[in-house]
Write a protein that binds this ligand. Structure first.
Ligand code: FE2
Length: 413
């Protein structure tokens, strides 16, 4: 059956061409037969040396590179297999729950994690980062802050639990497919995180039960995560520079392979002890964030991968259901092997990519956003409210066709 006969012209905010294109749904072999380009790409990828993939995928843009290389290295980001290093008993109990274990199977960035994974060495850029590692990293920053700020036991536990749980509702491929899941099923990781914590998903009330047993308020945790907390430390989640983004951006830097990522533990310690944001650390961090967006998230490769994945999902909606959102990356890959074959094509095809994708996809509209981060020097950093005014960003969202991205247009740089 032609997929063009199945989907409306406008699906999920993505405008779809009706140009017919066959898709195979019968499993790996049959799908390979129907998608020879995807199958060929899979073979050629396996034949390549892993290092080559990063060289093809990552071409640092020189204006950004110095900011990444000049930054002093500090403690590396947390990786699986290391001592978790959290002292709160409730944290250990949460890490044993199914939803937190599931996060080990969710890539940290999205499609780019799969396309650029290279080898299994210990170096941060040689292994795929996952959401569980990130969540533990954020919880460690939360605990450092809480201990050095002299927080009481209940407040400290609430903060650490919120940090551990803040991404528990992330779906497969993280941010890559979330726009389509949101359009089609009204799902995003914010809503799913609340549902998982409240116990209304297939995982049941496991997390809520742990929180209650350990004397931590479920609603207090959710308020911190959702930015609705009005307490003295809500800025730790809601400010432009917060413990989540401090950990996540330094993890991205490690992923790029330009030295170990600074984990900002020392900066957070100074922040807690003095009660005043550490200006030099935060200025460096904001510059780092701008660089990471330029090098990875807004870069051509990252955008092409996201757009290809979104085009795939948008053009065969009957293959996807709400249950997909709570799958692990492995389960999702098993359910949608063709999608991952196309993702494997993207980093290795270069200028040939246009001829390797279904022609009709090139007319699919995808939304891209350019984000730039800059420091407003007119605002001094005296207290935590100043973080909102000093660390600024611009965001330009627009719609482009996948074909434009493939041809190197529509990047806004
Ligand atoms: Fe996060």
């Amino acid at each position: 059956m032609f997929w063009g006969e199945l989907v409306p012209k406008v699906v999920l905010g993505l405008r779809i061409s009706r140009t017919p294109h066959r898709l195979g749904f019968e499993g790996n072999e049959a799908a390979s037969a129907r998608h020879p380009e995807a199958a060929r790409a899979g073979r050629s990828l396996r034949e390549r040396k892993p290092e080559k993939r990063m060289e093809v995928g990552m071409q640092p843009q020189l204006p950004y590179a110095p900011a990444l290389k000049d930054m002093a290295e500090a403690a590396p980001t947390f990786r699986s297999g290391e001592d978790v290093g959290l002292s709160e008993e409730v944290a250990q109990a949460l890490l044993e729950t199914k939803p937190l274990k599931r996060l080990a199977g969710i890539g940290f960035l999205g499609a780019i994690d799969y396309a650029l994974r290279r080898g299994s060495g210990r170096d941060p850029h040689r292994r795929r980062h996952n959401r569980r590692e990130h969540s533990i990293g954020v919880a460690r920053l939360a605990e450092v802050y809480a201990l050095h700020a002299g927080m009481g036991g209940r407040e400290r536990r609430t903060l650490v639990c919120a940090a551990l749980l803040h991404d528990v509702g992330h779906g497969p491929l993280s941010h890559t497919l979330e726009p389509v899941f949101k359009e089609r099923f009204g799902m995003d990781h914010h809503r799913m995180t609340r549902a998982v914590i409240e116990g209304t998903t297939r995982f049941g009330p496991e997390i809520r039960d742990v929180l209650e047993r350990c004397g931590v308020g479920c609603e207090e945790v959710l308020a911190l995560i959702d930015g609705e907390d009005i307490g003295d430390h809500s800025f730790l989640f809601s400010a432009p520079i917060n413990i989540d983004t401090l950990e996540g951006i330094s993890r991205c830097r490690a992923f790029l392979g330009l030295g170990r990522g600074p984990a900002f533990g020392a900066a957070v310690r100074r922040w807690a002890t003095s009660g005043r944001p550490p200006r030099n650390d935060f200025d460096d961090f904001w510059l780092l964030k701008d660089s990471v967006y330029g090098l990875a998230i807004n870069a051509p490769l990252g955008r092409r991968l996201d757009a290809v994945a979104q085009s795939y999902m948008a053009t065969c909606p009957e293959r996807f259901g709400p249950d997909d959102f709570l799958k692990t990356g492995r389960g999702f890959r098993k359910a949608h092997p063709d999608l991952f074959r196309y993702l494997e094509i993207v980093p290795v095809c270069g200028d040939d990519l246009q001829s390797r994708l279904p022609r009709s996809w090139l007319d699919v509209d995808v939304t891209v956003s350019d984000r730039k981060f800059f420091v407003d020097d007119r605002v001094d950093l005296v207290d935590n409210d100043d973080i909102f005014a000093r660390y600024r960003q611009t965001r330009d969202c627009r719609s482009v066709k996948l074909g434009q991205l493939v041809e190197g247009q529509g990047y806004g740089q």
